[in-house]
Structures are given as C-alpha cells and as structure tokens.
Design a protein around this ligand. Structure first.
Ligand code: PHE
Ligand code: ZN
Length: 889
C-alpha cells in the first residue's frame, strides 16, 4: 500500500464535496481481539456527475466493500493507499455503499478514533478521528443522519451509548447484547460518539422553557459517581442560562455526559453524548480546588453550548474552527461571569490570553484566528483559535452593544440552522442584523499577530479639550510581512481628579463630530472609540479639568497597549477607576514596568531597589475591606515570568526569575503584618461551599500565605504548616503545600510525601502533586522530574499525567531553560518517546520549544539542536513534524 507523505492543506483550495451522505447506518461488533465496523451509507452525487469518490481511512483494515449490494474489485473499481480509499466510478447519482472494516481499539494509544480507556470503549472523532473507525468523507460539510448499532459482551460492557435516542435494545446468545441509537439530527462525523463499558450514572431532569422534560445522565466508573454533583449542577445551570441569555432550548429528550480518565483534550461536544476528560467532571471539596470547580462549570457549559454553536450550526471546513470555538468560548466566559464575579473572570481570561496567546502570536506558530493552511488540524486547536477567537466575538458585542449582538446571534441561527458555514457568514449576520459598518473588522480573522496600539494623550486647559492620538501597528508574522489597519474598539473613560468618571457628550474622531448619549440621554462614562486607521486622533471638548484616561477598559480589544501614562496616574487609577478590570490592569502595568527594570538591574549587576509607591498601592488594596477579596488576590499577584519574558527583546529566564522573586519577597516583608492578618482573618471552619464569597476568601488567604512563605522564616513557615495540617478542602491543602514547597529542605520533602501517602489512590490528586513538583524553581529540578517519570503515580500513556509532569516542567522558566541544556535534552527525549504512543500529546509538548528564538545564542543553539534532532527522526508523526519544522523555519 502506497504511503502518503505529510501534505499541507490550504483554505483557498476549498471545494464543495462532489458527494453528500444522506443516511449512515453503523454496526459495531466489539470484541477483545478486534472490533468490526460495518457501515452502510446512502450516497448522493451533489450535481449528478459521477466523479471518483475519495474516502478517508487511516489504520483501518478493509474487509469488504459493496456497492448496491454487489462486490467490487480492487484496482478496477477502487484503490487503497495509506490514507484513502478511492472509488473510481460510482454507478449512479445515488447508491448504497457498504464497507466492513476491522480495527484494534485495545492497541490504540493515540486516543483518537475508537479506543479503550481503563477497560471501557470510547471514541474521539474531532477533528479527523472518524477515519480511524471506517472509510468515510471525513469533513464537516458532509452531514448525515446516523443510526448506530452496538453489540458487545454484556457483563464487560453493560452500558452501550451513542448519539440521539435509544430505539432498541436486547440480549443475544453467549452473554452478549446490543443497543440501537438513532440521532434525528444531521451531523458531520466528527460529532459521532460511542461508549461501551461498566459505568453508573447520576440521573436528573431539566424542564425546558417550553416545558419539555430532558433526562440528564452523567456516567462514570462506580467509585467516582459521588463526585459528579457539581457537574450536574453546572449542566442544569448551563441549560437554563442558554435559554435566558440566548433563547436557545435543548432539542432532544436526553443528554449524556461520560467521564473518561484517558483523553487528549478537555472535553468533546458529540451530539447528546458529551465525552469528558474526568478532570473536568469529577469534583469533591477534598479532592478538587476552587479552580477545578470553576473549570468544571466552564467546560460543562462550553460543551453544552456547542449544541447550538457547533452542532446545529457547524463549520464548513476546519479553517473555520473559530466559528464554533471562539464563539463557544465567548459563551462559556459569559456564563461563568454570570455565575460568579464578572470582573474576576475577565481578569483570568485576559491573563490566559497574555500568558499563552500573545507569545504564540509573536512566535513561529503564529497564525490567524482563521488559519490559511495546516498539515495536521490537531495542531490548530490553539489559544489563538479559541481565546483570541473569543475576543473577536467579544469585540462584536462591544461595538454593537449587548442587544445588537443578540440580534446578530438570532439572525445567525435563523439563517444557518442545520448548515455548515464560515466565519464570513457569522460576520454577515452580525453586520446585517444591525445595519452596521464593520468595514475592516473582518481582518481580525485573517491577519495574525497582536496589534500594538500606541496611545498618547494631552490636555489643553485653555481650550478645555482632551486629545488622544492612536497609532496601530501589526507586527509581521510567518507568511504575512505587512498588514492592514483593522477596526479596533477602544473603550475608555476619563476620570476626574476627584476620582469620578466624567460624562462625555461628544467626540471628534478626525472626520466628524459624534454625539454620545446613554439610554437616559446623558453623556457616557465609558466611550467606545472606533480606531480604524493606522493613525487617528480623537478630541473630547468641554473637559473642565485634566482627567486621567482609563484606556482599554475591560480589555476591549486583544492588543498590546502602549501609553505614556505616568506611575502617578496608574496609582490613581488603581485606587479610583470605576472599571474593576482597569484597576487591576493599572497594578499589572506598574508590576510589569517594575519587574522589567529590576531585570535590567540584575543583568547589569546593579543593586535591586523596590518601588515603594507600588508597594503602598498594593497595601491600600489589601487593606480596603470594601473590595472583593478575589479581586484583591488578583491585584496582589505580580505578572508571571512568562509575561515578562514575552515583553523582552531577548528573554533572560534567570534574570526574570531573580527579579520577580526579589519583588515578591520585598512585598512580603513590607506587607508582612497585613498579610498575616489576611491569612488569619480569612480562615473558616465551615464546610466547603462553592460560591463566590467563599472562593474569594480562600483566594486572598492563599495568595497571602504564598507571599509569607517566600520569606522562608520560622513564623511564616509555621503558619503554612498549620494551614496544611488543618485544611479540610483541596483548595487550602494544596495552596499550603505549594507555599511550603517554595523552600527546599526537610519540611518540603516530608510534606510532599505526606501528601502523596494521603492521596496515592486518587489519580487526579496525584496529578497535582506531580505538577507542583515539576513546576518548581528549585535548582536542578530536572533530576527530580526524571525520577518522577518512574514513579508509580506516573503513566506516560495518560495525557493528564504527561501534561502535569512534562508540561509542568516546561512551565518552569529556570529549569526548562537551564543553561546546561538539561531541560531541553529531557524534553527532546520525551517528545520522541511520546510520539510513538500519542502524536497529539507529543506535539503539544514539542510546542514548548517554539519560542526558542527569544533566547540568547547559547540557549538558541541548544534548543535548535533538539528541534533538529526531532525533525529528522525517521517515522515521526505529521503532528510533531509540523510543529518542529515550522519552529525551525
Ligand atoms: N471540540 C472540543 C471543544 O469543545 C475540543 C476537542 C477538539 C476535543 C479535538 C477533542 C478533540 O473545544
Ligand atoms: Zn469547544
């Protein structure tokens, strides 16, 4: 069989399929030694012509193929290669195609297609996994009605699930049984799912807005079922929220969620049968942190929301991935905001964008929200497609207002329900529903790179005008040397010297005077400027005193803001801005400036000096009891090392680490008393509750404890140990452990082993234990990580374990980037080993190398050596090949 080599696929080459599939009948015979898959497809030529029909198929053994019940011959009628089956001359404009394949799910370590996880069968088909089950046109614009029959051993696999409704079920001889599922909705094959195994369910019911009852089931192995209460709560909340906020009702009488321990990604939105990585379903106060609880809520919401944004309206091709993912991330972010604190959620989302997406947009893997090409689609499930994509959706809302945005969504569903569409269709719905002028907004989909928005301001007391000069520049990215200016919504407020927002009634945008009114006819306190040109000036008239501008409120666009704002004004905004996000951002901006200047002192061997005003600003925040405690916790947290390195011309991990560590300790010793108070005043013996108030209390306490422990002194360590010993929930236990583990020594070793002893039977908790050690900045930590690879709690076949240990290690600036190359060497070895088992996981890990050009020549050479070694290894996957070669290009 001819082997096909990696091939780049381009958006510009998109063609409609020549054939559609109308109905698909699948029959699975699940056995221990292999699985037989019989498929019967009703094929229809799109235009009546009879061109060859090309089916995708990877690692599947063809047993038989029939057309209209007749056998066909290899060579004459069809041919096979390593990735395709081609029917040379289909007989008629409509025909029935029957194919039988044999697969080996028990040997599938890639975890795509049909595979086994702790004894159970499950599937993962997005993006292109269905072709590992049977030959098919594995592309999202081929939508069919699926009926699925599953046959298996009854005692080993008592539960048999697929999409849609259960229509038949019976026993068979030899302790076997079968079930037939029918999905009434047409769907692309990437939404197909099958689960067979020993599972129990938590059952509940949701009554929809039109009064229909929907049966809800969350399936897990028996020992985990008690940990699904929060997931069920989250699901019901999501169903209600989508009705209330977007008018979207669930469309079947049944909704299933299955939790599996071995899963490459977070979760998957298969029609009515969502499959989840167990880490995003299972939660109990003792084993899951507040962050885990929040993640479960968000991801349960996310997958549920896909039913409308993804399933009912799906993508025409994979280049349009952000159509469903950017939109659904936006929806889950809004859901979580409504369920908790909006400002805190916004801060967390912006941080994620800055820590992960900005660096991606500035590196060799930079790609637009709608990529132009790919070798492996799996490599494009990125923070750019997801998180930047969500920012693009958010910008529509910022420009059109909440009501206008909803009108656009309604029109989108009205026009495209049941279709496979593009980002252009979404754009058109937003524009048409609002008669809006969104001129160069569409460029956000096609231009990669984070725009740099430079703003300078001036106040003219005599003329009473406030002037704002904006310049936008989009840096070059691979394949895109020059860019066009885009429409950037710049939300801003003008804060009076008394700390109150001024009501602005008009603005001149360089072309004309625009009047501004809120719904009561008054001036507005947050103006959304449309920055459309490379350079543009805005003038506000009638401004009585010099205001402090609060720029990019709520992070109204995913840009790097550069402004001439002084430290004094930043401190003023930190204390007074009415926009909570901007208050936090003021502290972050100061923090970034401070650490960058400390970094240059470290590099020049100068004495490190702390900015006292900044520390005092933080003190007032910490002591202001009127503030939300989680906000305080966020405001106290300094920008991460990753953010600082991203801002440097040449990233210097050691200097960044030294500088940030210095700042942490300075803050801890200056605010020692206040931090102690924050810990003691925020303890509680009450049972764990997942609500904002309690989470906020724990967050503030834990951040304070982390600061104090950095001092490595008796009293602080004692406090951390006491917190560890008395903790009754994982949020507080792991935070205390992390605090203690900052400093090497016996206490660290003892507490880590005590923790392991307590939790060794809980795989999700031991992942936290692995990650905490892997991320450590303790010098020479690569040795510990290597040793942990052989620890019983590690398993290279389980993606969560790899993400915790290997991924955790790559997140440690000092150890991963160790000057002796030990970190790079370690990762190089692991990537090659992983690639033989699971290319998707290997490829995610190899991405840690992709920022190699940001470092000094010595480190560059070491990282490049590993990338070259990987790229020239025989037989590496297309996944790893793509990332390695693009990183080297
Ligand atoms: N579509 C999934 C989501 O909700 C992500 C995913 C992609 C899962 C590919 C598995 C495989 O975002
Ligand atoms: Zn998604």
């Amino acid at each position: 069989m001819a082997k096909e080599s990696p091939k780049e696929i381009f958006l510009k080459d998109y063609k409609l399929p020549d054939y559609y599939f109308d109905t698909v009948n699948l029959d699975f015979i699940l056995k221990e030694e292999h699985t037989l898959v019989h498929s019967k497809i009703h094929v229809i030529s799109r235009q009546g012509t009879l061109s060859p029909l090309r089916l995708d198929g990877v690692d599947v053994k063809l047993l038989s193929i029939r057309i209209n019940s007749k056998d066909v011959k290899e060579g004459e009628d069809y041919s096979l290669s390593s990735k395709h089956l081609i029917l040379h001359h289909p007989p008629a404009a409509q025909f029935v195609l029957e194919i039988t394949t044999e697969i080996e799910p028990q040997n599938n370590t890639a975890l795509e297609g049909l595979y086994k996880t702790t004894g159970n069968f499950c599937t993962q088909c997005e993006a292109e996994g269905f072709r590992r089950i049977t030959f098919y046109q594995d592309r999202p614009d081929v939508m069919a009605k699926f009926t699925t029959r599953i046959e298996a051993d009854k005692s080993l696999y008592p539960v048999l699930l697929s999409n849609g409704n259960l229509i038949e079920q019976a026993d068979l001889p030899d302790d076997r049984h079968y079930a037939v599922w029918e999905d009434p909705f047409k769907k692309p094959c990437y939404l197909f799912a099958l689960v067979a195994g020993q599972l129990v369910s938590r059952d509940d019911e949701f009554v929809t807005c039109s009064g229909r009852k929907v049966a809800l089931h969350i399936w897990t192995p028996a020992q985990d079922i008690s940990k699904t209460a929060h997931a069920m709560y989250s699901l019901k909340a999501a169903m209600k929220w989508d009705e209330e906020v977007f008018g979207r009702e669930y469309d079947l009488d049944l909704f299933n969620i299955v939790a599996v321990p071995d899963f490459n990604m977070g979760a998957m939105e298969n029609k009515s049968l969502n499959i989840f990585n167990s880490r995003l379903v299972l939660a109990s106060p003792e084993t899951a942190t507040d962050a885990d609880y929040a993640a479960v809520l968000g991801v349960i919401g996310h997958e549920y929301f896909h039913n409308w944004t993804g399933n009912r309206v799906t993508c025409r091709d994979w280049f349009q991935l952000s159509l469903k993912e950017g939109l659904t991330v936006f929806r889950d972010q809004e859901f979580s905001s409504d369920m908790g604190s909006r400002a805190v959620k916004r801060i967390a989302d912006v941080l994620r964008l800055r820590i992960s997406q900005f660096p991606q947009d500035a590196g060799p893997m930079a790609h637009p929200v709608r990529p132009h090409s790919y070798i492996k689609m799996d490599n494009f499930y990125t923070v750019t497609v997801y998180e930047k994509g969500a920012e693009v959706v958010r910008m529509y809302q910022t420009l059109l207002g909440k009501k206008g945005f909803r009108k656009g969504m309604d029109l989108y569903f009205e026009r495209h329900d049941g279709q496979a569409v593009t980002c252009d269709d979404f754009y058109a719905a937003m524009r048409d529903a609002n008669n809006a002028n969104l001129a160069n907004f569409k460029l956000w989909y096609s231009q990669a790179g984070t725009p740099v928005l430079t703003v300078s301001t001036s106040y003219d007391a005599a003329a009473r005008t406030f002037r704002l000069k904006c310049r936008q520049e989009i840096p070059p990215t691979p394949g895109q040397p020059t860019k066009e200016p885009m429409l950037i919504p710049l939300a801003l407020g003008l804060v009076s010297p008394k700390g109150k927002d001024l009501a602005v009634t008009s603005v001149h945008d360089g072309e004309s005077l625009k009047f501004l009114k809120d719904e009561h006819g008054n001036g507005v306190t947050t103006v959304v400027l449309r920055v459309e040109k490379a350079e543009q000036e805005f003038v506000f008239a009638d401004i009585p005193e010099r205001p402090v501008p609060s720029l990019l409120r709520n992070f109204s666009a995913p840009v790097r803001l550069v402004s001439d704002i002084s430290d004094e004004d930043l401190l003023f905004l930190l204390a007074h801005d009415s926009d909570e996000f901007s208050r936090w951002e003021a502290a972050q901006t100061m923090g970034r400036k401070l650490i960058l200047s400390l970094v240059s002192s470290v590099q020049q061997g100068k004495e490190l000096v702390m900015n006292k005003h900044f520390v005092n600003g933080l003190r007032s925040i910490l002591c202001d009891s009127s503030l939300d405690k989680e906000f305080v916790a966020k405001a106290l947290t300094l920008p991460t090392e990753a953010e600082i390195m991203d801002l440097m011309e040449v990233a210097d991990p050691d200097a960044v680490h030294t500088a940030r560590r210095f700042a942490v300790k300075e803050i801890a010793s200056s605010l020692r008393k206040e931090l102690f108070d924050a810990v003691t005043n925020n303890c509680s013996n009450e049972a764990y509750v997942f609500n904002h108030e309690n989470m906020a209390r724990r967050a503030l306490k834990n951040v304070s404890l982390g600061y104090l422990a950095s001092l490595n002194e008796l009293e602080a360590t004692g406090l951390a140990l006491n917190e560890y010993n008395t903790a009754t929930n994982m949020t507080e236990q792991i935070a205390a452990l992390a605090a203690i583990a900052q400093n090497s020594g016996d206490l660290r070793t003892e507490t880590l082993s005590k923790f392991y002893e307590q939790w060794q039977k809980d795989s999700l908790v031991t992942n936290k234990w692995l990650a905490l050690q892997a991320m450590s900045d303790i010098p020479g930590n690569v040795k510990n990580v290597e040793a942990l690879m052989d620890h019983p709690s590690f398993d290279i076949k389980n993606p969560n374990k790899v993400y915790s240990l290997v991924g955790g290690f790559c997140a440690s600036a000092v150890n991963f980037h160790a000057k002796d190359g030990s970190g790079y060497n370690f990762l190089g070895d692991i990537v090659l080993k992983l690639d033989e088992l699971n290319p998707q996981v290997a490829s995610r890990m190899v991405s840690a190398f992709s920022k190699w050009r940001k470092f000094d020549p010595h480190r560059q050479a070491l990282a490049k050596e590993q990338l070259e070694r990987i790229a020239k290894t025989d037989g590496i996957s297309d996944n790893v090949y793509e990332i390695a070669t693009k990183s080297l290009a």
